[in-house]
Ligand binder design. Structure first.
Ligand code: NAP
Length: 283
Protein backbone atom coordinates (compact mmCIF):
# COMPACT_ATOMS: atom_id res chain seq x y z
CA UNK A 1 0.00 0.00 0.00
CA UNK A 2 1.27 3.45 -0.82
CA UNK A 3 0.73 6.25 1.67
CA UNK A 4 -0.02 9.69 0.31
CA UNK A 5 0.44 12.56 2.74
CA UNK A 6 -0.38 16.15 2.02
CA UNK A 7 2.18 18.67 3.06
CA UNK A 8 1.33 20.36 6.37
CA UNK A 9 -0.92 17.47 7.30
CA UNK A 10 1.32 15.92 9.86
CA UNK A 11 4.76 16.20 11.30
CA UNK A 12 5.85 12.80 12.52
CA UNK A 13 7.86 12.13 15.65
CA UNK A 14 10.02 9.10 15.14
CA UNK A 15 11.07 6.63 17.82
CA UNK A 16 13.03 3.40 17.65
CA UNK A 17 11.18 0.49 19.22
CA UNK A 18 12.99 -2.86 19.11
CA UNK A 19 14.65 -2.17 15.80
CA UNK A 20 11.65 -0.67 14.02
CA UNK A 21 10.98 2.97 13.42
CA UNK A 22 7.57 3.83 14.85
CA UNK A 23 5.76 7.03 14.03
CA UNK A 24 4.43 8.17 17.37
CA UNK A 25 2.73 11.51 16.84
CA UNK A 26 1.14 11.22 13.43
CA UNK A 27 -2.53 11.81 12.74
CA UNK A 28 -4.63 9.32 14.69
CA UNK A 29 -5.38 7.11 11.71
CA UNK A 30 -1.71 6.74 10.95
CA UNK A 31 -0.46 6.16 14.47
CA UNK A 32 1.80 3.20 15.12
CA UNK A 33 2.61 2.51 11.49
CA UNK A 34 5.88 0.58 11.62
CA UNK A 35 8.52 1.25 9.02
CA UNK A 36 11.12 -1.46 9.29
CA UNK A 37 14.69 -0.39 9.78
CA UNK A 38 16.93 -2.05 7.17
CA UNK A 39 19.44 -4.36 8.86
CA UNK A 40 21.77 -6.54 6.80
CA UNK A 41 24.00 -9.40 7.91
CA UNK A 42 26.84 -10.27 5.53
CA UNK A 43 28.94 -13.35 6.20
CA UNK A 44 32.63 -13.14 5.37
CA UNK A 45 32.60 -9.36 5.10
CA UNK A 46 36.15 -8.73 6.31
CA UNK A 47 37.46 -8.58 2.73
CA UNK A 48 36.71 -9.15 -0.96
CA UNK A 49 33.12 -9.31 -2.18
CA UNK A 50 31.71 -9.31 1.36
CA UNK A 51 33.57 -6.15 2.35
CA UNK A 52 32.46 -4.36 -0.84
CA UNK A 53 28.87 -5.44 -0.14
CA UNK A 54 29.11 -4.13 3.42
CA UNK A 55 30.29 -0.70 2.26
CA UNK A 56 27.62 -0.45 -0.44
CA UNK A 57 24.89 -1.62 1.97
CA UNK A 58 25.80 1.18 4.36
CA UNK A 59 25.59 3.68 1.50
CA UNK A 60 22.09 2.38 0.78
CA UNK A 61 20.97 2.96 4.34
CA UNK A 62 21.38 -0.44 5.94
CA UNK A 63 22.76 -0.98 9.42
CA UNK A 64 25.45 -3.55 8.64
CA UNK A 65 26.62 -6.64 10.51
CA UNK A 66 30.13 -7.37 9.26
CA UNK A 67 30.81 -11.03 10.00
CA UNK A 68 34.33 -12.42 9.86
CA UNK A 69 36.09 -15.61 10.90
CA UNK A 70 39.81 -14.80 11.36
CA UNK A 71 40.49 -11.26 10.24
CA UNK A 72 38.90 -9.15 12.96
CA UNK A 73 41.20 -6.22 12.21
CA UNK A 74 39.98 -6.08 8.61
CA UNK A 75 36.37 -6.27 9.77
CA UNK A 76 36.99 -3.47 12.28
CA UNK A 77 38.40 -1.33 9.46
CA UNK A 78 35.24 -1.86 7.35
CA UNK A 79 33.15 -0.86 10.37
CA UNK A 80 35.35 2.20 10.91
CA UNK A 81 34.84 3.30 7.28
CA UNK A 82 31.06 2.93 7.61
CA UNK A 83 30.99 4.91 10.86
CA UNK A 84 33.19 7.56 9.24
CA UNK A 85 30.55 7.99 6.51
CA UNK A 86 27.81 8.34 9.13
CA UNK A 87 26.47 4.77 8.86
CA UNK A 88 25.78 2.05 11.41
CA UNK A 89 27.85 -1.15 11.55
CA UNK A 90 29.21 -3.74 13.92
CA UNK A 91 31.80 -6.48 13.42
CA UNK A 92 30.89 -9.89 14.84
CA UNK A 93 33.24 -12.87 14.64
CA UNK A 94 31.71 -16.29 13.99
CA UNK A 95 32.68 -19.39 12.07
CA UNK A 96 29.56 -19.98 9.99
CA UNK A 97 30.25 -23.70 9.74
CA UNK A 98 29.52 -23.99 13.49
CA UNK A 99 25.84 -24.13 14.42
CA UNK A 100 26.19 -22.56 17.88
CA UNK A 101 28.34 -19.71 16.53
CA UNK A 102 25.74 -18.94 13.85
CA UNK A 103 22.98 -18.80 16.45
CA UNK A 104 25.07 -16.45 18.58
CA UNK A 105 25.89 -14.34 15.52
CA UNK A 106 22.18 -13.74 14.85
CA UNK A 107 21.40 -13.18 18.54
CA UNK A 108 24.17 -10.57 18.87
CA UNK A 109 23.19 -8.92 15.59
CA UNK A 110 19.54 -8.62 16.63
CA UNK A 111 20.33 -7.32 20.08
CA UNK A 112 22.43 -4.62 18.45
CA UNK A 113 20.20 -3.52 15.55
CA UNK A 114 16.86 -5.30 15.83
CA UNK A 115 15.43 -7.78 13.27
CA UNK A 116 17.71 -8.71 10.38
CA UNK A 117 15.88 -7.90 7.15
CA UNK A 118 18.58 -9.00 4.68
CA UNK A 119 21.14 -11.81 4.70
CA UNK A 120 24.03 -12.21 2.28
CA UNK A 121 25.48 -15.70 2.45
CA UNK A 122 28.85 -14.64 1.10
CA UNK A 123 31.53 -16.48 3.13
CA UNK A 124 33.18 -19.15 1.01
CA UNK A 125 36.46 -21.03 0.72
CA UNK A 126 38.49 -23.01 -1.78
CA UNK A 127 41.29 -25.51 -1.29
CA UNK A 128 44.65 -25.51 -3.07
CA UNK A 129 44.30 -26.25 -6.77
CA UNK A 130 44.36 -30.01 -7.24
CA UNK A 131 43.06 -32.83 -9.39
CA UNK A 132 40.05 -34.62 -7.98
CA UNK A 133 41.90 -37.89 -7.38
CA UNK A 134 44.32 -36.12 -5.02
CA UNK A 135 41.63 -34.63 -2.80
CA UNK A 136 40.98 -35.85 0.75
CA UNK A 137 37.70 -36.43 2.52
CA UNK A 138 38.82 -33.90 5.16
CA UNK A 139 39.11 -31.25 2.44
CA UNK A 140 35.66 -31.99 0.99
CA UNK A 141 34.16 -31.81 4.47
CA UNK A 142 35.87 -28.46 5.13
CA UNK A 143 34.71 -26.96 1.82
CA UNK A 144 31.12 -28.18 2.19
CA UNK A 145 30.96 -27.22 5.89
CA UNK A 146 31.48 -23.55 5.05
CA UNK A 147 30.13 -23.17 1.51
CA UNK A 148 27.01 -25.31 1.87
CA UNK A 149 26.20 -26.03 5.52
CA UNK A 150 27.34 -22.56 6.61
CA UNK A 151 24.92 -21.03 4.11
CA UNK A 152 22.18 -23.44 5.26
CA UNK A 153 22.74 -22.56 8.93
CA UNK A 154 22.63 -18.82 8.31
CA UNK A 155 19.61 -19.07 6.01
CA UNK A 156 17.77 -21.18 8.59
CA UNK A 157 18.36 -18.58 11.32
CA UNK A 158 17.29 -15.83 8.94
CA UNK A 159 14.12 -17.60 7.79
CA UNK A 160 13.04 -18.41 11.35
CA UNK A 161 13.34 -14.73 12.20
CA UNK A 162 12.17 -13.06 8.96
CA UNK A 163 9.18 -15.25 8.13
CA UNK A 164 5.87 -13.42 8.35
CA UNK A 165 4.40 -16.80 9.32
CA UNK A 166 6.28 -16.49 12.60
CA UNK A 167 5.43 -12.80 13.00
CA UNK A 168 8.68 -11.60 11.40
CA UNK A 169 9.05 -8.66 9.03
CA UNK A 170 9.88 -10.66 5.87
CA UNK A 171 13.15 -9.96 4.09
CA UNK A 172 15.64 -10.99 1.46
CA UNK A 173 18.43 -13.52 1.18
CA UNK A 174 21.18 -13.52 -1.44
CA UNK A 175 23.48 -16.51 -1.69
CA UNK A 176 26.88 -15.98 -3.27
CA UNK A 177 27.41 -18.93 -5.58
CA UNK A 178 30.01 -19.10 -8.36
CA UNK A 179 30.15 -19.54 -12.10
CA UNK A 180 32.19 -22.63 -11.17
CA UNK A 181 28.84 -24.38 -10.66
CA UNK A 182 28.32 -24.21 -14.44
CA UNK A 183 31.91 -24.99 -15.49
CA UNK A 184 32.91 -27.56 -12.85
CA UNK A 185 36.48 -26.25 -12.30
CA UNK A 186 38.34 -29.35 -13.55
CA UNK A 187 41.96 -29.77 -12.37
CA UNK A 188 41.44 -26.96 -9.87
CA UNK A 189 38.48 -27.14 -7.50
CA UNK A 190 35.89 -29.73 -8.55
CA UNK A 191 34.80 -29.93 -4.91
CA UNK A 192 34.30 -26.16 -4.65
CA UNK A 193 32.33 -26.11 -7.94
CA UNK A 194 30.10 -28.92 -6.65
CA UNK A 195 29.51 -27.01 -3.40
CA UNK A 196 28.37 -23.99 -5.40
CA UNK A 197 26.02 -26.16 -7.47
CA UNK A 198 24.45 -27.12 -4.15
CA UNK A 199 24.07 -23.42 -3.35
CA UNK A 200 22.28 -22.84 -6.69
CA UNK A 201 19.78 -25.63 -6.08
CA UNK A 202 19.30 -24.58 -2.46
CA UNK A 203 18.43 -21.09 -3.71
CA UNK A 204 15.70 -22.42 -6.01
CA UNK A 205 14.12 -24.68 -3.41
CA UNK A 206 14.24 -22.26 -0.49
CA UNK A 207 12.86 -19.43 -2.64
CA UNK A 208 9.75 -21.49 -3.43
CA UNK A 209 9.38 -22.65 0.17
CA UNK A 210 9.38 -19.18 1.74
CA UNK A 211 7.89 -17.03 -1.03
CA UNK A 212 4.53 -16.86 0.73
CA UNK A 213 6.24 -15.89 3.99
CA UNK A 214 7.56 -12.55 2.74
CA UNK A 215 11.08 -13.71 1.96
CA UNK A 216 12.76 -13.52 -1.44
CA UNK A 217 15.78 -15.76 -2.02
CA UNK A 218 18.19 -15.25 -4.91
CA UNK A 219 21.82 -15.92 -5.78
CA UNK A 220 24.62 -14.25 -7.66
CA UNK A 221 27.13 -16.30 -9.61
CA UNK A 222 30.36 -14.28 -9.89
CA UNK A 223 33.00 -15.14 -12.50
CA UNK A 224 36.67 -14.19 -12.10
CA UNK A 225 36.65 -11.46 -9.45
CA UNK A 226 39.80 -9.78 -8.25
CA UNK A 227 40.04 -10.83 -4.56
CA UNK A 228 42.38 -12.71 -2.23
CA UNK A 229 40.50 -15.98 -2.66
CA UNK A 230 42.70 -16.92 -5.62
CA UNK A 231 45.85 -16.65 -3.48
CA UNK A 232 44.27 -19.02 -0.98
CA UNK A 233 43.94 -21.52 -3.84
CA UNK A 234 47.67 -21.10 -4.56
CA UNK A 235 47.17 -19.01 -7.73
CA UNK A 236 47.24 -15.27 -6.91
CA UNK A 237 47.55 -14.30 -10.60
CA UNK A 238 44.54 -16.39 -11.68
CA UNK A 239 42.26 -13.55 -12.75
CA UNK A 240 44.97 -11.93 -14.87
CA UNK A 241 45.90 -15.30 -16.39
CA UNK A 242 42.34 -16.27 -17.34
CA UNK A 243 40.75 -12.93 -18.20
CA UNK A 244 41.04 -13.55 -21.96
CA UNK A 245 38.32 -16.22 -21.54
CA UNK A 246 35.90 -13.48 -20.50
CA UNK A 247 33.94 -11.76 -23.31
CA UNK A 248 34.37 -8.41 -21.52
CA UNK A 249 38.11 -9.23 -21.50
CA UNK A 250 38.76 -8.41 -17.87
CA UNK A 251 38.24 -9.68 -14.36
CA UNK A 252 35.42 -8.24 -12.27
CA UNK A 253 35.67 -5.98 -9.25
CA UNK A 254 34.11 -6.91 -5.90
CA UNK A 255 32.05 -3.70 -6.10
CA UNK A 256 30.41 -4.95 -9.32
CA UNK A 257 29.19 -8.07 -7.54
CA UNK A 258 28.04 -5.98 -4.58
CA UNK A 259 25.85 -3.89 -6.91
CA UNK A 260 24.06 -7.01 -8.15
CA UNK A 261 23.56 -8.28 -4.59
CA UNK A 262 22.10 -4.98 -3.40
CA UNK A 263 19.79 -4.81 -6.40
CA UNK A 264 18.45 -8.30 -5.69
CA UNK A 265 17.75 -7.23 -2.09
CA UNK A 266 16.10 -3.97 -3.10
CA UNK A 267 12.43 -3.20 -3.75
CA UNK A 268 13.40 -2.74 -7.39
CA UNK A 269 13.70 -6.53 -7.52
CA UNK A 270 10.37 -7.08 -5.74
CA UNK A 271 9.18 -9.63 -8.36
CA UNK A 272 12.48 -11.52 -8.48
CA UNK A 273 12.91 -14.68 -6.43
CA UNK A 274 14.53 -18.05 -7.06
CA UNK A 275 16.84 -16.41 -9.60
CA UNK A 276 20.54 -17.07 -10.05
CA UNK A 277 22.17 -14.02 -11.61
CA UNK A 278 25.52 -14.42 -13.39
CA UNK A 279 27.93 -11.54 -12.73
CA UNK A 280 30.66 -12.83 -14.94
CA UNK A 281 31.44 -10.49 -17.82
CA UNK A 282 29.48 -12.60 -20.31
CA UNK A 283 31.29 -15.88 -19.69
P1 NAP B 1 37.87 -13.87 0.07
O1 NAP B 1 38.46 -12.59 -0.36
O2 NAP B 1 38.75 -15.05 0.28
O3 NAP B 1 37.02 -13.61 1.40
C1 NAP B 1 36.38 -14.68 2.02
C2 NAP B 1 35.63 -14.17 3.22
O4 NAP B 1 34.94 -15.26 3.81
C3 NAP B 1 36.56 -13.60 4.29
O5 NAP B 1 35.94 -12.46 4.83
C4 NAP B 1 36.62 -14.72 5.34
O6 NAP B 1 36.79 -14.23 6.65
C5 NAP B 1 35.24 -15.31 5.20
N1 NAP B 1 35.13 -16.69 5.67
C6 NAP B 1 35.70 -17.80 5.17
N2 NAP B 1 35.31 -18.88 5.87
C7 NAP B 1 34.47 -18.43 6.84
C8 NAP B 1 33.74 -19.06 7.87
N3 NAP B 1 33.79 -20.39 8.06
N4 NAP B 1 32.98 -18.29 8.68
C9 NAP B 1 32.92 -16.95 8.50
N5 NAP B 1 33.58 -16.31 7.53
C10 NAP B 1 34.36 -17.04 6.71
O7 NAP B 1 36.72 -14.36 -0.94
P2 NAP B 1 35.87 -13.58 -2.07
O8 NAP B 1 36.56 -13.75 -3.36
O9 NAP B 1 35.48 -12.25 -1.62
O10 NAP B 1 34.63 -14.56 -2.13
C11 NAP B 1 33.41 -14.27 -1.50
C12 NAP B 1 32.38 -15.27 -2.04
O11 NAP B 1 32.33 -15.13 -3.46
C13 NAP B 1 32.72 -16.72 -1.76
O12 NAP B 1 31.55 -17.44 -1.47
C14 NAP B 1 33.31 -17.19 -3.08
O13 NAP B 1 33.15 -18.57 -3.27
C15 NAP B 1 32.49 -16.40 -4.06
N6 NAP B 1 33.10 -16.24 -5.37
C16 NAP B 1 34.26 -15.56 -5.53
C17 NAP B 1 34.81 -15.45 -6.80
C18 NAP B 1 36.08 -14.73 -7.07
O14 NAP B 1 36.61 -14.82 -8.19
N7 NAP B 1 36.63 -13.98 -6.11
C19 NAP B 1 34.17 -16.04 -7.88
C20 NAP B 1 33.00 -16.72 -7.67
C21 NAP B 1 32.46 -16.81 -6.42
P3 NAP B 1 38.25 -14.11 7.36
O15 NAP B 1 39.15 -13.51 6.34
O16 NAP B 1 37.98 -13.22 8.53
O17 NAP B 1 38.60 -15.51 7.74
Amino acid sequence: MRLRLRRNDYFPTIAYVSGAVVLTSFAPALKNIRIMKKNILITGASRGIGAATALLSAEKGYAVVVNYREHGQNAAEIVRQIHHSGGEAVAIGADISKEREVQELFEQAESRFGPITALVNNAGIIGLQSTFEEMSLERWQRIFSTNVFGAFLCAREAVRRMSTRHGGPGGGIVNVSSLASRFGSPFEYVDYAASKAAVDTFTLGLAKEVAADGIRVNAVRPGFIDTDIHASGGDPGRVERLKSQVPLNRGGRPEEVAQAILWLLSDEASYVTGTVLDVAGGR
